[in-house]
Design a protein around this ligand. Structure first.
Ligand code: PLP
Length: 433
């Protein structure tokens, strides 16, 4: 399968280039040249297939020209080392739990797959693939974990000293092996500036085999389609899902669109946002107006210019009327979200994080309009990641931190302290190359 930029539909690159470059030179986003429709026998049999088999069947048409079956099966299987169960919390009210991965959020699926595909595409090279990330907390942890012990790769994470939470810092600094953390005596912007300086240095780019493992990498998007199919197979036959997606950059929703284009029967997609509602606004008016983001309690969705909108737009050939037929948009304030966290607990006993709670509100609204609908809310993170908000609403001591995260507290932090100085950082990179 070839890929092209959303901005130049006529010029194609192969999968290794699309994955290793992350971003096309024209600043568009990579898209597959066509979306493969899987045979009807596959869709008829999903109830009998494993999560891994589903993942492989979806990934194969995109990557089989460039990755042999045994390797692709291994990559899928290592990616899906944890489940994505559907919980039915009330009548017609389903939740797809995407937080069972190592860093407790759905981004583990995309990051783990991308890491392994990147490693495959650089196999046999003299230099390990070096992934540079600047993080203000969460993304760095997911990327680092995804690449941990992946052969032929190493990760260097820069984070601002004293500006990430205690557990987040442990996630960045306790993995060891091929993961190094640099604690910058400065701000997140300083970290980003240093990373950028390295990327602008052509010689360093090649000598270190640098990549950014960007969040809009096409290899992060495709595996996110796997769990839409896996969710559908957990519903009863004949229950056509309405997927409700708490959204920020709209990667998750775009992956759902890919799954339907490949043949998954879906009743509707519901885009649920906080007050950063550029896409619901577009669905309502047909006018797309990106704007600066505003902070909320569902902060992973505080995005004012969603990067995947270009992909959504491309999938509908820029036809608003068609997008509107398949996607409905809803937006909620922080007060409504807080109220929802309490309501869900009271009505169903379920503990939903602030992002999922935005989704749940949209699902309620949708079911109100469509009394026969089966809504499936994507629960994008474990509630313990937002323990402050959760305990404000549900009470102290009501949220427990899963063992896989809690155990980090006792591990020793290993980080190199560094001033936010380009020359110092480059000297460090030269030494390790
Ligand atoms: C990243 C993230 C989102 C938003 O996902 P997009 O694919 O950017 O729309 C929602 N919830 C959580 C917890 C996230 O980490």
């Amino acid at each position: 399968m070839k890929f092209h930029s959303t901005k130049s539909p006529e010029s194609f690159v192969n999968a290794p280039e699309a994955v290793l470059r992350s971003l096309p030179a024209d600043n568009g986003l990579y898209m597959p040249e066509s979306i493969p429709v899987l045979p009807q026998e596959f869709w008829d049999s999903i109830h009998d297939l494993s999560f891994e088999e589903i993942g492989y069947q979806i990934a194969a048409p995109f990557f089989s020209e460039d990755i042999p079956e045994v390797d692709l099966r291994r990559i899928v299987s290592e990616t899906l080392s944890f489940d994505a169960p559907v919980e039915t919390i009330a009548e017609r009210d389903h939740v797809l739990e995407l937080f069972h991965g190592p860093t407790l959020a759905f981004k583990d699926f995309g990051a783990r797959f991308m890491a392994r595909v990147m490693a495959y595409f650089t196999r046999g090279s003299q230099q390990p693939l070096t992934v540079l990330v600047a993080t203000s907390g969460d993304t760095g942890g997911a990327v680092a974990d995804a690449f941990h012990r992946v052969e032929g790769t190493r990760v260097i994470i820069l984070y601002p000293s004293g500006k990430v939470s205690g557990l987040q810092e442990k996630q960045l600094t306790t993995l060891g092996d091929n993961i190094s953390a640099i604690e910058i005596d400065g701000s997140f912007d300083d970290c980003q500036r240093l990373v950028k300086a390295a990327f602008l240095d052509r010689e360093m780019m090649t000598s270190l085999n640098l990549t950014s493992a960007n969040s809009i990498n096409i290899a992060r998007l495709i595996p996110q389609s796997f769990y839409y199919v896996h969710a559908a197979r957990q519903l009863l036959k004949g229950q056509k899902p309405v997927f409700v997606i708490p959204s920020g950059n709209f990667g998750n929703l775009t992956a759902g669109l890919l799954a339907t284009r490949m043949g998954l029967p879906v009743e509707k997609f519901v885009a649920a946002t906080n007050i950063n509602d550029v896409v619901p606004e577009y669905l309502k008016t047909g006018i797309y107006t990106p704007r600066p983001s505003e902070p909320t309690i569902s902060n992973a969705m505080d995005v004012g210019a969603p990067s995947n909108f270009a992909r959504m737009d491309a999938l509908f050939g820029s036809r608003w009327e068609e997008m509107k037929l398949l996607i409905e948009g809803y937006r909620y304030s922080d007060d409504e979200t807080r109220d929802a966290i309490r309501q869900i607990k009271k009505k169903t006993g379920y503990t939903m994080d602030p992002h999922g709670a935005v989704g749940w509100l949209a699902a309620e609204a949708y079911r109100h309009e469509h009394p026969d609908a089966h809504t499936v809310v994507l629960e994008t993170a474990h509630p313990s990641k937002f323990i402050d908000v959760m305990e404000q609403e549900l009470g102290q001591g009501t949220i427990s931190i899963p063992e896989r995260l809690a155990c980090l507290a006792d591990r020793e932090k290993v980080a190199l302290q560094m001033l936010p100085d380009e020359a110092v950082f480059k000297e460090y990179l030269r030494k390790i190359s």
